[in-house]
Design a protein around this ligand. Sequence first.
Ligand code: GDP
Ligand code: MN
Length: 378
Amino acid sequence: MDLYEYQGKELLGRYGVPVSAGRLASTPDEARRAAEELGGPVVVKAQVLTGGRGKAGGVKLAGSPGEAAARAEEILGLEIRGHVVRRLWIESAAEIEREYYLAVTLDRGAQRALLMFTTRGGVEIEQVVAESPEALVRVHVDPLEGFEPHHARELLAGVGDERERLQLEAIATGLYRCFVESDATLCEINPLIVTPEAQVRALDAKVTIDDSALFRHSDLAALDDPSAADPLEVRARERGVIYVKLDGSVGIVGNGAGLSMATVDVVVVAGGRPANFCDLGGGGSAAGVVAALEVISSDRQVRSILFNIFGGITRCDEVARGILTALDEISLAVPIVVRLDGTNAEEGRRILAAGGRADLHVEPTMLAAAERAVELAA
Ligand code: GDP
Ligand code: MN
């Protein structure tokens, strides 16, 4: 789960990372009031779960409350990389002397946290890595050792004077603690600025929390904003199916992550492109099948549906009944190809055949089913 900038800053603030004072606003009038309360020049910042807001016109300086309202008017409703701006963060503007970049992320390969720092902040980090990879300092931290002063020395070697380095060390230490204690997979500050008064401060925050750990962070879980997510993914989650959007034309339903992913591959082998995939999980009850078919068929890119079930604990006869029930309940505009194997597969196929539906095709193998679905989607 990604946090909005203002939520990320609030979290970093708890770990001693200096951030500017700010207020939320969702109308130009609220932006004006926020600027009045803060006093002095402010920055009006689009709150969307994507980067590159500055370049897209989603971050603007305002010298007065009136200007803040005008900038808010311009930014609200703006679409940035597919995200419509509905909320703004108004914060006291900072003067920038230098812009750095500091992040902690999870290096799965190394099985360690990875701290990254560069004095070339403010621009996208991918650009820094492409242009001058040596400018990005990378330091791994052993989780059993934790973040120690020697890590900070390595990360910040040669940067700034002592006063600045002390602040940077404290911020890096806080960021690492935030990363570990929040079960984050990313805590990124870009830019981390130095003001003309030599104060170091986070002007942006990007925090991603591991979804699997949200159960032990009820305060963070409560920050989830369903309106920012793909509406179909939200509907799928509410109904207990896992739905992943892809960009082809064959909708896929499987039971279990492994089989669903393999089905995606087989569709590609058969010359097609998956539109999405839905994982029914281990169950495959009639209700689950109805939910999955409903979700998948609401995706307008779907031209055919491939249903691939391997019955282990799941019984194929139950899945077959689920499919027929679903087809009675919802009117599918696209053909569906079914491959059933495993427990009670023969009975399942018999049930499907007895259903007598012209838009339902049963195939004996995974490959044959994929080929048929690809053909029907063409
Ligand atoms: P992003 O483009 O989505 O990463 O949004 P940022 O929060 O990083 O803002 C983009 C840029 O706006 C920053 O790199 C800064 O150069 C600039 N900016 C943000 N806040 C301030 C501020 O308080 N004062 C000044 N002068 N510039 C700011
Ligand atoms: Mn940024």
